[in-house]
Design a protein around this ligand. Structure first.
Ligand SMILES: [Zn+2]
Ligand SMILES: [Zn+2]
Ligand SMILES: [Zn+2]
Length: 388
């Protein structure tokens, strides 16, 4: 594969190149894995396109020196340098300890700030446009693994410009194996429904990035680099590094106090965060296209499930309420002939149902009393969470 030209220091790419450098110098470097290196549009530098629909134009700025925390600098100092030396700035925000956002009202002043490096060099700063402002990544599935990223980049066409192609891979022993899923980044805030490979059309799905867990405090959605929390132990939840842990037998999760490592995928809090992340994106992407008529009443087997609930007076009350609702709907909407798969899809596409299921899982995971977990118990709990 030919090396794409230097795109001018796009942060994402330079990170990947660094990783690649390490890999190639290492003793385990294997041949033939170049096809999996993400392919970027040659010469790509992330700039705001002329016709982009943003209402403001953000640029992230940080120091070249990792020790200098630009986000913690005095607002007086930041106001001073950004009003006297830069044109078109309308606002400054702190993003995190290292980073600030400089907001421009026009796309070209934002772009000029990045391409005209005098100011950045003078203050030893680096700047980039956050990817989420102008790019959107989706995935396509069932892409034969013998097609390289570069070939895909060359052959794929879409209503939005494609700026990178990256096949997902997994490690098998010492070698990297390509998977049939490929992520495509578009120069657009929205995804196209499909992209074309010659005549063949691939459906484009939303990409859900993996849940980020901090390796300092073990909370979620921020990296250790910018963590404001205390160092915690992933084994016993104490305030020390796991390497210094002297309670390795007493597993205690920082997030839920359960008997597992803080990074464990069996943690109910982590499970909930992962599902929330997936749920939010799935919900957001379908919410605009689904109307209430897409959620017809449940077929008759649902009432038989409800009927098996224990008949405490509270449940009977709830049950009656639910049956009443179902009956009312049945009067006005003819019952469609749904198959099981359609029914399941409709259930998981409903955010309230999904969240009630997650809540139920979390409560079951955290259950400490000795009451047996029967299917009746689970149904009762689920019904309780659905009525919230
Ligand atoms: Zn943290
Ligand atoms: Zn510990
Ligand atoms: Zn946990």
């Amino acid at each position: 594969m030919n090396e794409p030209e230097d795109p001018g220091g796009t942060p994402k790419r330079s990170k990947i190149l660094r990783k690649r450098g390490v890999k190639e110098c290492g003793p385990e470097a294997g041949g033939g894995e170049d096809v999996f290196i993400p392919f970027f549009k040659p010469g790509y530098l992330r700039l705001y396109p002329e016709h982009c629909t943003n209402t403001d134009f953000k640029v992230f700025v940080e120091s070249q020196d990792q020790q200098i925390k630009l986000g913690n600098k005095s607002p007086v100092y930041l106001n001073h340098i950004f009003t006297s030396d830069v044109k078109g700035v309308v606002a400054l925000h702190r993003v995190n300890a290292n980073k600030i956002a400089v907001v421009f009202k026009q796309y070209n002043t934002a772009n000029n700030f990045i391409t005209n490096t005098d100011f950045l060099t003078k203050h030893n700063l680096k700047a980039h446009i956050p990817a989420a402002q102008i790019e959107k990544t989706g995935i396509i599935r069932y892409v034969p693994t013998n097609i390289s990223n570069k070939e895909l980049y060359t052959k794929l066409s879409s209503i939005y410009e494609i700026i990178s192609v990256r096949r997902f891979t997994k490690k098998v022993g010492q070698s990297t194996v390509g998977l049939e899923t490929v992520s495509i980044t578009f120069l657009s805030n929205v995804l196209p429904d499909n992209i074309q490979y010659d005549l063949f059309s691939f459906r484009v799905f939303e990409y859900v990035p993996p849940l980020q867990q901090c390796f300092r405090c073990f909370k979620f959605n921020h990296p250790a680099k910018i963590c404001n929390g205390k160092q915690r132990c992933s084994i016993c939840a104490g305030e020390h590094n796991f390497r210094d842990c002297d309670k390795k037998e007493n597993l205690c999760c920082v997030n839920c106090s359960g008997p597992h490592l803080a990074i464990s995928k069996s943690c109910p809090i982590k499970m909930k965060k992962i599902l929330e992340k997936k749920g939010n994106i799935t919900y957001a992407s379908v919410a605009n296209t689904i109307t209430t008529s897409d959620f017809p009443s449940l077929p008759t087997q649902s009432s038989s499930i409800v009927k098996t609930l224990p008949s405490t007076s509270q449940n009977v009350h709830k049950l009656n309420k639910n049956v009443k609702i179902v009956n009312n709907v049945n009067k006005t909407v003819p019952e469609p002939n749904l198959n099981q798969t359609q029914l399941k899809t409709q259930i998981v596409n409903n955010k309230n149902i999904l969240m009630a299921m997650v809540q139920t899982l979390v409560e079951l995971g955290n259950k400490t009393d000795n009451e047996p977990v029967t299917s009746l118990f689970i149904k009762d709990l689920l019904l309780k969470n659905l009525s919230h």
